[in-house]
Design a protein around this ligand. Structure first.
Ligand code: CMP
Length: 141
């Protein structure tokens, strides 16, 4: 069974739609096997987005991701990395298919409501970054 890392970003937490987004995960058949709210600081957000350090949008990305609390969760399911990206919609909400989380809840490329790991390999790295080796609770029922 695959796992992926999901983040509900500060814009969506501020809009009070954590539950609506969790419902979409559950409707898709994903299990939430770890979850916590964190207010990222520059160090934690910078470490998470280190791969984007030289991109022009990096400064704004860190500023936004540290602007308020986020919900971080691990989702488990078959083919969950790809399927989670499908239900999130494209990175730019203006191009996202209708019915996706970003089309329905996000307003811009920066404030795009959710993050999801882009590969199985990165999912493992991102899950360990936030939850360590023992912070995920397998659900067998
Ligand atoms: P996320 O999946 O969290 O990964 C990096 C984030 O940078 C991305 O979602 C966007 O919210 C944000 N971002 C801002 N500008 C861009 C851009 N031009 N290309 C990709 N991501 C961008």
């Amino acid at each position: 069974m695959e796992r992926t890392l999901s983040i509900i970003k500060p814009d969506a937490v501020a809009k009070n739609i954590i539950g609506q987004i969790y419902s979409r995960f559950e409707e898709a058949g994903f299990k939430i096997v770890a979850s916590k709210m964190i207010h990222l600081d520059n160090y934690l957000a910078g470490g998470f987005y280190a791969v984007h350090k030289n991109r022009p949008f990096y400064g704004e990305l860190i500023e936004f991701m540290t602007s308020g609390p986020v919900m971080v969760q691990v989702l488990e399911g078959e083919n969950v990395v790809v399927r989670h990206r499908e239900i999130m919609g494209t990175t730019n909400p203006k191009e996202a298919d209708s019915g996706t989380i970003r089309a329905d809840f996000a307003k811009s490329l920066d404030e795009n409501a959710v993050h999801g790991s882009d590969s199985l390999e990165n999912a493992a790295i991102e899950i360990e970054y936030f939850f360590g080796k023992d912070g995920v609770f397998p659900r067998t029922r």
